[in-house]
Design a protein. Structure first.
Length: 371
């Protein structure tokens, strides 16, 4: 396509975090936020607990699992899990993107655990999951936000495992089927699939994880912001709306609005369908053009949220394409992650409209021909 497209996406935001707000979003949805009230007041705690309960309902999380709001986004949720839980058993770390690599680095160099096995793969690939020993604790990401690679379901995790599974699921939750019985710890943030605001993490604990917390004391000091126990027992207040530090009631209201929107498009299955339809747009585009391909070559491990592409062009020309699309106000923040191979990354989560991606692909073809 050499002719400049006449139509632009209604929303040109394709960033992989913070992600696009849900269609039809307006600041009017924040009008009921209890601004100026303490988060520990009755209205404040009620609103926070509402987010927790609606999250459990929408994601169909088992009743016996605990869900809490914690500080510092998904990163904080992952770190407090590692600091509180690891050390009783040997650890298996699986990574295939930069964030999974960061968790491996923290386990080895910050917690300085010695009995650690690392299973890693280059960008675009998965390591051999059959070699992972689930008699030990296992730490992994469900979806590699920076590599466009996901695990192909939970079948590789045995139900009779002896260790805990600790999963960073931030760019998977609300867009992929998550078998909760296979996860003992799962984390995510509001800013990914539902397009919420940054700074708040969600921590999901199975009864097995709670048992570990209450019966194991790690040989390290736990920073105040990571403390999950009170008088030797799990601090249940965290999972009922009493957060460790001060949350933003404005951000919480924003998340509640996103949860209501999610219900309006068919709940979890509707969200997954929207994300998979968005991936299909890019799959169709790649199939028609020989100058672009997926970083994840195998379809069964290809992410349907953070979709990463390789472009058969010099890095200099690739940057010109990225800059041109931003200047035309048709696609923002589509460059690959700074530690990943040079390429493009389009967020295809549920808040992105399929029609906007279809239009963006027309502009991508035009920009490629211009460059």
């Amino acid at each position: 396509m050499n002719t400049k497209p006449a139509v632009k996406p209604k929303d040109p935001n394709f960033s992989s975090g913070p992600c696009a707000k849900f269609p039809g979003y307006s600041l009017e949805v924040l009008k009921d936020a209890p601004m100026g009230r303490s988060h520990r007041s009755k209205p404040g705690k009620s609103k926070l607990n509402e987010s927790i309960q609606k999250t459990k309902e929408l994601l169909d999380i088992p009743e016996e699992y605990l869900v809490g709001i914690v500080p510092a986004s998904d990163t904080g949720a992952v770190e407090m899990s590692l600091w509180n839980l690891l050390g009783e058993k040997g650890v298996e770390v699986i990574y295939f993107d930069s964030f999974g690599k960061a968790w491996a680095n923290d386990i080895l160099n910050q917690l300085q655990l010695e009995d650690v096995n690392v299973f890693s793969a280059d960008y675009g690939y998965l390591p051999d999951l059959s070699k992972v020993n689930f008699d030990r604790d296992v730490v992994f990401t469900w979806n590699g936000t920076t590599s466009g690679v996901k695990v192909p379901g939970g079948d590789f995790i045995p139900s009779n495992r002896k260790g805990l599974t600790i999963c960073d699921a931030t760019s998977a939750v609300f867009a992929m089927e998550i078998p909760w019985d296979k996860l003992d710890v799962a984390t995510f943030s509001w800013q990914k699939v539902l397009g919420g605001e940054a700074g708040h993490g969600m921590l999901i604990l199975s009864p097995r994880a709670v048992e570990r917390l209450e019966n194991y004391t790690p040989p390290r000091a736990i920073p105040r912001i990571f403390e999950l126990k009170k008088d030797g027992k799990i601090n249940k207040g965290i999972f009922e709306g009493s957060t460790i530090n001060t949350p933003s009631m404005l951000c919480n209201e924003d998340y509640l609005a996103a949860l209501e929107w999610a219900k309006s498009v068919g709940g979890l299955q509707g969200l997954i369908a929207r994300s998979e339809a968005n991936l299909k747009v890019l799959e169709d585009f790649v199939s028609r053009h020989d100058w672009v391909e997926f970083l994840a070559a195998e379809p069964e491990i290809r992410s349907n949220t953070s979709v990463c592409l390789k472009v058969n062009i010099s890095n200099e020309k690739l940057q010109k394409i990225i800059d041109l699309l931003a200047e035309e106000q048709v696609a923002y923040d589509i460059s690959s992650y700074r530690e990943a191979p040079p390429g493009l990354r389009f967020w295809c989560g549920a808040t992105v409209e399929k029609e906007d991606l279809e239009i963006a692909m027309q502009w991508l073809e035009w920009a490629y021909n211009q460059v």
